[in-house]
Design a protein. Structure first.
Lengths: 293, 331
């Protein structure tokens, strides 16, 4: 089992990002994803900064993957995407089929991110032929779904040609919109957002009228209110999952990585916070539900 | 521009044809279809009749196979494609890459449209689908501004279809798991959003509550108009304020954009609502037929008639309409 730090999904000041990755270089992570995946207006780090950071981290011995945007609309966004796809040094996480088109043309190997609609092994076969090395399962899918998909990929003789990664900890990215919900919540127009999401290091909570933490708004992204936490399920991932992903919420990510490693190796159970954490998707029930171990 | 209207059953299909739809889109009665609701959609026998009716009136029939194939079950999606080819439908609307691959290889003459559920929002995504599959038309997600739609139209040779009227998905279609987060069932996996079987209404001291799988979506005071608890259109609490944090219950209405869409060479305008009644189909089709005919006859002097908007407003969710993401202010 390998451990990955997913890209930072929130908008953090540049110094905080740099400090985080300085610490990440000494963490348990085998793989580090980095780059802006949510909003092209977030420019604390420019493409050259991300690529510089990538080089530094790669020199520390970690595998580095450049993560790219999930919702690409403007030609300027596609131009930046092209730059990443043709970077020449690092593999790239595609979160849109546009990225896969560019990566296949550039012959850059890639990771197929969880924002892509890949629900069966036949799609994976096609993507393997285009250079896919790893697939991150869409967050709404379950262990049962994955078992069947793995079975199919064995029949197609492709299982040994790609790795399977599972988003295992953090707020789940659930939806992408043209609208910026953070700006809307502060009565700002998207064109006049003043990058207000930088004030919310882990997004903004959205509660139901009876105070259940339903969603987290993070710019144009709507995320789960609860943190997804598969700590108690990681033992059931052996022979099924190659990489476990922790989505950074801050420096706590490093401790979370340690816990995952412990849980996988020693089969230790952890108490989940029932009103803050969930694992439903993995168990093929509503995502916000929790199956206790 | 082609007027493409929805039909959840045969009466709606006939109504659409009789009132001037150039084409009608439907789905099969199973989970290959993202409007997989009880009492809706077409069995093989009904499909035969649909094909006959549409053909005898010289219109087109499109069939949506717009969910994603489950592992071990791809065959069901492939059979859906087979049925489209056997019946000679005019186009299959497909979202799953594996299904597109099958259709392209097995039926090179079958016209394929890329479903909105595939979420192609930029020119490189469109290129991915047109380079690899026999896709001749792309249905654009409702996240693009009119400016972005025009840019795309200038930069691709493939036909583009846009949503013109109906319930407004505010998330990029095919990339929204809010429904499965609350209920375990999503458009991608089971072909339904906020499924009716999870809806509960309850009169309480604080007001009439709508719940989805037990989760409070909205609470109404006696004078307020209630709406179906589509979860993105509920009222929630952010920073201590209760409001429609994601979106108000409104519908998309782009009558005002007809000239711009036509000038951008958009191939078709699509009316949402296969789950709605034949009466809905009839009225929306009538209004849009009138608008498109008016534009064709005298593009320079096209203006939206107040009566058209009034009719459409009555059919709309929350009885109000918006230009949605087409207009930057909405975003």
């Amino acid at each position: 089992m390998k451990y990955a730090l997913g890209p930072i999904l929130y908008y953090w000041p540049k110094q905080q990002v740099e400090d985080f990755y300085a610490a990440a270089m000494n963490s348990q992570a085998d793989i580090i994803y980095l780059g802006e995946t949510v909003c092209s207006k977030r420019r604390e780090l420019k493409p050259k900064d991300w690529l510089g950071l990538a080089k530094e981290i790669a020199d520390s011995g970690k595998q580095v993957v450049i993560s790219t945007m999930a919702l690409l609309e403007a030609p300027s966004e596609v131009n930046i995407l092209r730059k990443y796809c043709e970077n020449g040094d690092f593999i790239v996480e595609a979160n849109d089929f546009g990225a896969i088109n560019l990566l296949a043309e550039a012959k850059t190997p890639f990771v197929c991110g969880h924002a892509l609609n890949v629900y069966n092994a036949q799609v994976l076969q096609l993507l393997v032929n285009k250079g896919m090395q790893r697939w991150v399962m869409p967050v709404e899918l379950s262990r049962d779904w994955l078992v069947q998909l793995q079975e199919d990929s064995r029949i197609l003789n492709i299982r040994d040609q790609f790795e399977i990664e599972v988003f295992a900890h953090g707020h789940l990215p659930l939806a992408y919109s043209a609208r910026c919900f953070t700006a809307r919540s502060e009565n700002r127009a998207k064109d006049d957002c003043e990058l207000c999401c930088i004030n919310h290091a882990n997004g903004k909570p959205v509660y139901s009228q009876d105070d259940k933490e339903l969603f987290t708004i993070n710019g144009i992204q709507t995320m789960s209110g609860y943190k997804y936490n598969l700590l108690n399920d990681v033992a059931s991932m052996h022979d099924l999952v190659d990489v476990v992903r922790v989505s950074p919420l801050g420096d706590s990510a490093f401790q979370t990585l340690d816990q995952f490693k412990q849980a996988a190796e020693q089969d230790i159970k952890f108490d989940l916070q029932l009103d803050r954490e969930c694992n439903g998707y993995w168990h093929q029930i509503a995502g916000l539900d929790t199956v206790s171990s | 521009m082609e007027l493409l209207c929805p039909a959840g059953n045969l009466p709606a299909l006939k109504t659409a044809v009789d009132n001037g739809a150039d084409a009608v889109y439907i789905g099969f009665k199973d989970d290959t279809n993202a409007r997989h609701f009880a009492g809706l959609n077409f069995t093989d026998k009904k499909l035969d009749k649909a094909v006959d009716y549409v053909r005898s009136h010289n219109r087109h029939l499109h069939v949506a196979i717009n969910t994603f194939a489950h592992p071990g079950k791809l065959e069901r999606w492939e059979r859906a494609v087979d049925r489209c080819a056997d019946m000679g439908v005019d186009a299959a609307i497909i979202s799953d890459v594996a299904v597109l691959d099958y259709a392209t290889k097995k039926y090179p003459d079958l016209e394929l449209h890329l479903s909105v559920q595939a979420s192609a929002t930029n020119v490189e995504a469109i290129n991915f689908y047109t380079n690899n599959f026999n896709v001749s038309r792309v249905v654009l997600p409702r996240v693009l501004s009119i400016h972005q739609v025009k840019q795309l139209a200038r930069n691709t040779d493939v036909e583009l279809e846009v949503f013109a009227f109906g319930s407004l998905c505010i998330m990029a279609e095919g990339r929204c798991y809010l429904s499965s987060y609350l209920t375990g069932e999503s458009p991608n996996t089971v072909g339904a959003c906020s499924p009716a079987k999870y809806v509960r209404w309850e009169e309480t001291e604080q007001g009439l509550e709508s719940r989805l799988n037990g989760i409070l979506i909205d609470r109404y005071q006696p004078e307020e108009k209630t709406g179906y608890p589509t979860l993105c259109k509920g009222r929630f609490n952010v920073d201590g304020k209760v409001f429609h944090a994601l979106e108000e219950p409104t519908s998309l209405n782009t009558l005002a954009l007809v000239p711009e869409l036509a000038q951008a060479n958009i191939a078709a305008v699509k009316i949402e609502g296969r789950q709605r009644s034949p009466a809905y189909t009839e009225q929306v089709t009538k209004v849009w037929r009138a608008a498109l005919d008016r534009y064709r006859q005298d593009p320079e002097r096209y203006q939206v008639e107040a009566a058209w908007n009034k009719q459409l407003d009555q059919l709309s969710e929350g009885t109000s309409t918006t230009l949605g993401a087409y207009h930057r202010d909405w975003q």
